[in-house]
Design a protein around this ligand. Structure first.
Ligand SMILES: [Zn+2]
Ligand SMILES: [Zn+2]
Length: 334
């Protein structure tokens, strides 16, 4: 796929859709291949995990490994979102390698794909061209009902006959050898996250029985549950005030929703995030607990990351007085 004069890819572009959306060609085919394999394994594994749990039983080993790897994946998606998509801080190559590894181990697609989709989401939030809006489907048509829209935002969008052009949205990722190494080797990292780490811990702590339980319950089932938790940000946190509350009146359906915020370690503060997309810390009140943001601030204190983007809610900042950043600033160094 080559970009034509930096505007739109020549092959597979849809004239009705905004630039940067591909509706046919090898990239769309590759997306379907990845999705069928990943969701086939996760959903098949989840069914097997539930059968195993009810027939063989699970114990503290499986539950602890589930909780630990769920937390690691949730932090990984926090870095995927705030570092690779929005560049809310800077760091050196060793740290970037670590962040790319745990981001990929969340089993939500490669860094390249996640970044491309999410930047497109911000540029067209809840408008035709949004990747996963409760209001418009993959062809840019309004959803026929609220429920259909929510289901599309929660997961149906993965099966839309189109995909995001990384040449348009993620030139910086394409030029980053570390991010591209993890993009190319994504399946190894999915396997390490969903099979090898849970299996090894299970075997060490409880032998073969716990190993099988951990792979199914704490590996494959956890990957699916964690992906569904992240997806609440696309559905619940774009529900236009039906769930959660709006701190800022924006031209989209974003809300802050506190259950999603707990489950996603802060990503559910999504109205705040759309208002200040580049902020590393999303909390604007004591009850808005942003664990991923606190981790980034902590890494900054340790000197492991730097140039943390001036968070609107931090003491000494100018609060809500800034204008909404322009799209170029929002998507970093595209
Ligand atoms: Zn959003
Ligand atoms: Zn974002």
């Amino acid at each position: 796929m080559t970009a034509v004069q930096g505007v739109v890819s020549e092959e597979g572009a849809d004239r009705k859709m905004p630039p940067g959306v591909l509706v046919e060609g090898p990239v769309v085919d590759a997306k379907f291949r990845d999705s069928y394999i990943a969701f086939g394994l996760m959903i098949g594994g989840s069914i097997a995990a539930l059968v195993w749990a009810f027939t063989q039983g699970i114990g503290w080993v499986e539950i602890s490994v589930f909780a630990g790897t769920f937390a690691l994946s949730t932090v990984g998606i926090g870095f995927m979102h705030r570092y690779f998509v929005h560049r809310s801080f800077r760091c050196g190559p060793v740290m970037r390698t670590l962040l790319a590894a745990i981001a990929t181990m969340a089993v939500q697609g490669s860094v390249l794909k996640w970044v491309s989709n999410h930047r497109r989401h911000h540029l067209h939030s809840d408008k035709p061209g949004d990747v996963h809006s409760p209001y418009y489907d993959g062809a840019g048509n309004p959803h026929v009902s609220f429920v259909k829209g929510m289901l599309h935002a929660q997961g149906g969008w993965v099966w839309d006959r189109e995909t995001t052009d990384a040449e348009y949205y993620a030139k910086d990722i394409l030029a980053d050898p570390i991010a591209m190494f993890f993009t190319r080797t994504r399946w190894y990292w999915y396997a390490i996250s969903a099979v090898f780490i849970p299996g090894a811990i299970g075997y060490a702590l409880g032998g073969v029985h716990a190993m099988i339980g951990c792979v199914l319950f704490s590996g494959l089932f956890r990957s699916y549950v964690m992906t569904m938790a992240t997806s609440l940000v696309n559905s619940v946190c774009h529900s236009d005030g039906r769930y959660g509350y709006r701190r800022f009146e924006l031209n989209d359906g974003t809300t802050n929703e506190l259950v999603t915020t707990i489950l996603t370690f802060g990503e559910g503060l999504h109205n705040n995030h759309h208002r200040f997309p580049r902020d590393a810390y999303l909390s604007h009140a004591w009850y808005e607990i942003d664990i991923n943001g606190l981790i980034i601030l902590g890494l900054g204190k340790l000197g492991l990351v730097h140039d943390i983007f001036a968070a609107a809610s931090l003491p000494g900042s100018d609060g809500g007085e800034r204008s909404i950043p322009d799209p170029e600033a929002m998507v970093g160094s595209r």
